[in-house]
Design a protein around this ligand. Structure first.
Ligand SMILES: Cc1ncc(C[n+]2csc(CCOP(=O)(O)OP(=O)(O)O)c2C)c(N)n1
Ligand SMILES: [Mg+2]
Length: 576
């Protein structure tokens, strides 16, 4: 419904009017967008108030970057664009990192920023928060639009929504100058100008010849491997993907945010035999996973010497051959592609050779057995494995909880140790390995799904979004934050030998992050042993109260850069 803002008093000229504020809200509602993440201020303060009054959920953050990360992950979880609303220049720039992150990760998101007077900005006359935001956003997102007239708001939102979710999803910037909000127009004309986007992300059916080519390559494999990426998780084609993987009989390897698409304890899961399957597979099928740095670009030592053929399923044709030759490109949306594959496989599909399946199983069982005793230690201060052993059991008992995870050692070890059982339950740093997604992701996960959230955070990682604990308390969200406090980045043991300044990687020793949560009325706990940690997390998950547990980790326990220390540049000159 359109909102009538005024009736003119002039006799004989009575007409219902609407304005830019209401048209924006109506455009969102018409398209089923019911949540806004943002930070208020000129010129969008009233927009937030009015949106709330019109039934849109408005989540007000302490920093736009966190609101942006919330919107990005909301897009991943729901396949609808997550919306982040900011003020001009600095607020816009604060949201921009998240927009670029959404684009890189293929999450649909719309960053809506108010902007200053176009005439003044373009003449660079020094307006309040002057900045040519559209030009700055353009190279960092999938599409960028500006709406100058109230009558174009409907089209502007339709373009933004379509651009965000169709094809390969990504970030879209929508520039709304301050003047737009107060523009008034006839209410009926305004209603007619709105656009309900029909079939925003149309199915993209793969060519039958491409399907058959892919199956021919898969059938020829002696050592097949399927790699599931977060694109596969995004697709929400969970049953079809599971049926396809099971019918193929091939071992599968989930990328980080695809964990749980099939349970990590599934007999075909090769997660605990990663290095073996990457080295020895002869046919590798990528489903919604890109051959970027996370997969060592599909070549080099990680991939061994055995010759390989790649099958790649992706909605973006340009993804094919990005790093190595793709023998069987399968372009289409993952749901349609996997359904077509299943149909073309027919009633009987030969199982992969038993020696390959046995080799993978043996390796996996060995690695799991090796790790098991380390996960049961009750050391104090804790090491990563002792603490993660506890959290692993908690997720096993509560498989519908959402796990948010960031850090270096805290990320890499938690990814390996904590098994996931359901799709889209693991949210982490994504393609860039960015620190700072933690609280935004946790808040959006709680809001969008209504499920309890467990955020496992390095002490450094948490710092990037830590002020949002106030937001968590304000909205009383069922979020339990566990901070792996090892006094620093990677380790808390570095010493500066030349001046009184601390080394660049260390923080205040013995910091009590739990007090931050108490400051806002949440529950804070200091846990020094796995037993204490277990009790505190269980209590938090039980109560649903905002909780922050400061888990004291041995400062010497971590390693430089976690698992990716090899990416640090080296010089032949000696370190000082
Ligand atoms: C935005 C951003 N800034 C900096 C980094 C570099 N970085 C990678 S991991 C990390 C923090 C690691 O420390 P912590 O979160 O405490 O995890 P730990 O290894 O100590 O468990 C940093 C700063 C990054 N990835 N992203
Ligand atoms: Mg740390």
């Amino acid at each position: 419904m359109l909102n009538t803002v005024a009736k003119t008093d002039a006799p004989g000229a009575e007409q219902e009017l609407t304005d830019g504020f209401h048209l924006v809200i109506d455009a969102l509602k018409l398209n089923g967008i019911d949540t806004i993440y943002g930070v208020p201020g000129i010129p969008i303060t009233d927009l937030g108030r009015m949106a709330q009054a019109e039934g849109i959920r408005v989540l007000s953050f302490r920093h736009e970057q966190n609101a942006g990360y919330a919107a990005a992950i909301a897009g991943f979880l729901t396949k609808k664009p997550g919306v982040c609303l900011t003020v001009s220049a600095p607020g816009f720039l604060n949201g921009l990192t998240a927009l670029a992150h959404a684009t890189t990760n293929c999450f649909p998101m719309i960053l809506i920023s108010g902007s200053s007077e176009r005439e003044v900005v373009d003449l660079q006359q020094g307006d309040y928060e002057e900045m040519d935001q559209l030009a700055i956003a353009k190279p960092l997102c999938k599409a960028a639009f500006r709406v100058l007239h109230a009558a174009d708001i409907g089209i502007g939102f339709a373009r933004a929504i379509r651009a965000a979710v169709s094809g390969r999803p990504g970030g879209v910037y929508l520039d709304l100058p301050a003047k737009l909000f107060g523009q008034v127009m006839n209410a009926e004309a305004g209603r007619k100008s709105l656009v309900k986007v029909i079939d925003a992300a149309p199915a993209q059916i793969p060519a039958p010849s491409a399907v058959n080519r892919a199956l021919d390559v898969l059938k020829s494999a002696k050592r097949p491997l399927i790699i599931l990426g977060k694109g596969a998780a995004y697709a929400q084609a969970d049953d079809a993907i599971r049926a396809f993987v099971e019918k193929s009989g091939a071992p599968f390897l989930p990328m980080s945010m695809a964990k749980g698409l099939l349970p990590d304890l599934h007999p075909q899961c090769a997660g605990a035999a990663r290095s073996t399957v990457l080295k020895d597979a002869d046919v590798v099928m990528l489903v919604g996973a890109r051959l970027n740095w996370l997969l060592s670009h599909g070549k080099g030592k990680t991939w061994g010497d055995a010759p390989k053929k790649f099958i790649q399923v992706d909605i973006e044709p340009k993804e094919m051959d990005s790093n190595v030759e793709i023998s069987a490109p399968l372009v289409g949306d993952i749901g349609s592609v996997v359904t077509a594959l299943l149909e073309a496989m027919g009633g009987s599909w030969p199982a992969p050779p038993a020696d390959w399946l046995n080799a993978v199983k043996t390796k996996r069982d060995d690695n799991v057995a090796k790790m098991a005793p380390r996960l049961m230690n009750n050391n104090s201060p804790m090491d990563y494995h002792g603490a993660l052993g506890v959290l692993r059991n908690i997720i096993k008992e509560r498989p519908d909880a959402i796990l948010v995870n960031e850090g270096a050692n805290t990320l890499d070890l938690a990814r390996g140790v904590i098994d996931m059982y359901q799709p889209r339950k693991r949210l982490d740093v994504g393609t860039w390995g960015v620190m700072g997604i933690g609280m935004g992701s946790a808040i959006a996960a709680a809001i969008e799904t209504g499920k309890p959230v467990l955020a496992v955070e390095g002490d450094s990682a948490f710092g990037f979004s830590g002020m949002e604990v106030e937001t968590i308390c304000r909205y009383n969200l069922p979020i339990c934050i566990v901070i792996f406090n090892n006094d620093g980045i990677y380790r808390g043991t570095d010493v500066n030998s030349v001046s009184p300044d601390p080394a660049p990687t260390v923080f205040v020793k013995g910091a009590r992050y739990d007090k931050m949560m108490e400051a806002f009325g949440g529950v804070g706990v200091n846990a020094t042993s796995p037993d204490e940690l277990k009790r505190a997390v269980n209590a938090a998950m039980e109560s649903g109260r905002p909780t922050l547990i400061n888990a004291v980790i041995d400062p010497a326990a971590g390693s430089e850069s976690g698992r990716i220390g090899n990416l640090n540049p080296q010089s032949v000159l000696k370190k000082k």
